[in-house]
Ligand binder design. Structure first.
Ligand code: DGL
Length: 261
């Protein structure tokens, strides 16, 4: 099984991308709905949640773990990569690699939660590879609640997206990293507001490509995963919004189990 977790519902964009890129793999998903959002919490708190979420997924039988949450990837992945002797993937590195390949003038924008942007992780990884890159980051704290409300096509959402993207537009970025699980659900409005010439980097698609490559290079692990197309969904709190957004993301009827971990 591939184990995937997020602070809530947004990580289902990663489930969707994996199911599209490498169909048939069994997956177990944990949405930490009791503690969402992570994007406003301290690094120590998010590290604690991340360790606990990984232990839960391993207990469910996951052999490969994906930290779908950009916030947890930003502040906790270094710590958990040291601690666990399992293949654990974060979503930052694949998105950065993709952005560096896609960008024509290395003028790159990043959108994320406050915690992700203030961690500076995207800048650090980009600069390690391309010290001449120009990077412009913007924290977009209002976008997660708007997605959770299902306000994907509202005029008010479009206005807020426009406002957040204004500084990136002025700096004429050519590539924009969607550094949060929820933003792929706003892709259309983001593309419209930043301009059609800007390449959007969807971290859910980048991680699914990375996993595909990893599994084809590591057949021993691939063979342990199970390929019956099962998807088990767990949450730490039942909310109406989870079911609504989950069904909108996966475009299918879902059932899920609530666990207190
Ligand atoms: N999943 C988080 C992320 O990708 C967004 C929601 C939150 O703040 O918890 O950063």
């Amino acid at each position: 099984m591939i184990g995937i977790f997020d602070s809530g519902v947004g990580g289902l964009t990663v489930v969707r991308a994996i199911a599209e890129k490498i169909p048939g793999y069994d997956m177990v998903y944990f949405g930490d709905t009791a503690h969402t959002p992570y994007g406003t919490k301290s690094a120590d708190t998010v590290i604690g949640y991340t360790i606990r979420n990984i232990e839960f997924l391993l207990h469910q039988g996951a052999k490969v773990i994906i930290i779908a949450c950009n916030t947890a990837s930003s502040v906790a992945s270094a710590r958990v990569l040291e601690q666990f002797a399992f293949p654990i993937f974060e979503v930052i590195t694949p998105a950065v690699d993709h952005a560096l390949t896609a960008s024509t003038n290395l003028n790159i924008g990043i959108m994320g939660t406050r915690a992700t942007i203030s961690s500076g992780i995207y800048e650090k990884k980009i600069m390690e590879n391309q010290p001449t890159a120009r990077i412009h980051s913007v924290a977009c704290p209002l976008l997660v609640p708007l997605v959770e409300e299902g306000w994907l096509k509202k005029r008010e959402t479009a206005m807020i997206v426009k406002k957040y993207l204004q500084p990136l537009k002025i700096r004429q970025i050519d590539t924009l990293i969607l550094g949060c699980t929820h933003y792929p659900l706003l892709k259309k409005v983001i593309q419209r507001k930043i301009g059609q010439h800007v390449t959007l980097i969807d971290s859910s698609i980048c991680i699914s490509e990375r996993i595909k490559k990893f599994l084809s290079d590591n057949r021993d692990i691939d063979l342990q995963l199970g390929q019956n197309g099962y998807l088990s969904l767990f949450v730490s709190d039942v909310t109406d919004q989870f079911k609504k957004i989950a069904e909108m993301t996966l475009k299918t009827h879902i059932t899920f189990e609530c666990v207190k971990i």
